[in-house]
Design a protein around this ligand. Structure first.
Ligand SMILES: Cc1cc2nc3c(=O)[nH]c(=O)nc-3n(C[C@H](O)[C@H](O)[C@H](O)COP(=O)(O)OP(=O)(O)OC[C@H]3O[C@@H](n4cnc5c(N)ncnc54)[C@H](O)[C@@H]3O)c2cc1C
Length: 398
């Protein structure tokens, strides 16, 4: 499938590329080295109206499509993957779940926070419940007209910088009976009992913290509960359906990094001479460039197609999983090949290739591993309810 961008998407991409090739690219190495969240880039995105683009106009956003967001994320990620991820999580994931399922007050609050520069955190994974996320033990107990939340999440992107948190928890009635899964909204530094425990030292994507977060007798009013459309009983599947947008976003960051690395290799292959000629005159490297461009074209078609499938709702679970598996795996190989074009220079921290190689490695893991997403794909093509998918199952037996 080939998807052509319309004039407004081309203009949006040009705007994002201008930022990417200018200030975002200039700061990328320092963001990685300092491991500091790039607040300057958040301001850039905010001023350029690239934060919260997908939020409906009624709540202050622009009602942009997933594909609009994707072209922006791809362009930014080619220069700085951390900034690309900020664009993902201010347009997709937690914010999109809240805008789709939240109450009026929840939507107004979340939209205002994101448009002001907050990147919401989505809290699903626990130390003992990773791929098997439905095995979560974080619980919200009803106590009169309140919820008391206890538990622990880890590898939460933005933990320590994000203010708004969407926390997946199992809800229990007063008698201790499980009612299903809900999403609870809590705000760092405002909600008592939300504690950032520690930051993980990561291989790449170092400008954005990954944190362990504890909830200790976190006392929340009913207005903090985002009730999924089919109720708590199907809450996990519905919340994970919203998460398909973030999955497409994660695939887009991988695509952007790979495209950035490919462009660098392409230029260098003309500039660098050995044996009296540009290195792109060697067929071994020509075929490598050809393979890289094929992988990128195929990944782009899958990512854009998955984004398009979500018009008026969320991206299709099968298409999002196919896009993320293919793109994340091939992006690693494209970046690795691009690094090879530079010989020793590619291995130096003076060039961005080694950072890109560390950053891109994440995308077969976070947001559902490539293995577990293959289970999603297999379940969909076999039309079988496979329990090992991380998503809950939306289509048949549920
Ligand atoms: C940088 C980063 C950012 C993240 N951000 C967030 C976030 O913001 N919010 C959040 O909630 N989580 C986040 N995560 C967590 C991420 O979603 C989980 O790491 C992921 O779902 C895998 O869980 P796990 O690490 O516990 O691995 P495990 O589930 O322990 O898996 C270990 C290995 O076993 C394989 N495996 C497991 N089950 C199967 C199966 N049925 N078939 C085949 N293979 C299987 C996996 O593919 C993997 O290779 C992030 C992770 C990273 C690395």
């Amino acid at each position: 499938m080939s998807i052509t961008l319309d004039a407004s998407q081309t203009a949006l991409r040009a705007k994002a590329r201008e930022l990417a090739n200018g200030p975002v690219s200039a700061r990328a190495a320092e963001v990685d080295r300092s491991e500091q969240y790039p607040w300057d880039n958040v301001t850039l995105l905010k001023d350029a109206k690239l934060l919260g683009m997908t939020i409906p106009p009624a709540y202050g956003g622009q009602g942009k499509s997933w594909l609009d967001a994707v072209v922006v994320i791809e362009a930014l990620s080619a220069a700085c993957s951390v900034t690309g991820r900020i664009a993902v999580e201010t347009n997709m994931g937690a914010i999109s779940a809240i805008m789709a399922y939240g109450s009026e007050d929840q939507k107004k609050m979340a939209a205002a926070m994101v448009l002001d520069g907050d990147k919401p955190a989505i809290c699903i994974t626990e130390p003992e419940a990773g791929s098997d996320a439905s095995g979560m033990t974080t619980r919200a107990d009803r106590r009169g007209n309140r919820f008391v939340v206890n538990g622990k999440k880890h590898w939460i992107t933005g933990g320590g910088v994000s203010r708004l948190h969407l926390i997946f928890a199992k809800v229990y009635d007063e008698k201790g009976n499980e009612e299903g899964v809900g999403g609870f909204l809590a705000i760092r530094d405002e909600t008592q009992g939300l504690k950032i425990v520690k930051r993980e030292p990561t291989m790449g994507l170092r400008g954005i913290p990954e944190a362990e977060i504890a909830f200790e007798d976190m006392d929340l009013p009913p207005s903090a509960l985002v009730i999924p459309p089919r109720g708590l009983r199907k809450g996990f599947a519905d919340l994970m359906n919203a998460y398909n947008s973030q999955r497409v976003g994660a695939a887009t960051v991988a695509l952007g990094i790979a495209d950035g690395a490919y462009q660098l290799a392409l230029d260098w292959s003309e500039e660098r001479e050995q044996f009296g000629r540009p290195i792109n005159e060697f067929q071994g490297l020509q075929w490598k460039l050809a393979d890289m461009s094929i992988k990128l074209a195929a990944a782009r078609a899958l990512v854009y197609g998955a984004a398009k499938s979500g018009e008026g709702g969320f991206p299709d679970m099968l298409l999002a999983a196919q896009a993320k598996v293919f793109t994340s795996e091939n992006a690693i190989s494209v970046v690795n090949d691009a690094l090879q074009f530079f010989g020793a220079r590619g291995y130096s921290r003076n060039l961005p290739l080694e950072r890109m190689a560390r950053d891109v490695r994440m995308f077969t893991i976070g947001g559902g591993t490539a293995e577990v997403l293959r289970n999603v794909v297999a379940g969909a093509i076999l039309k079988k309810k496979l329990p090992q998918t991380r998503d809950g199952w939306l289509k048949s037996a549920d």
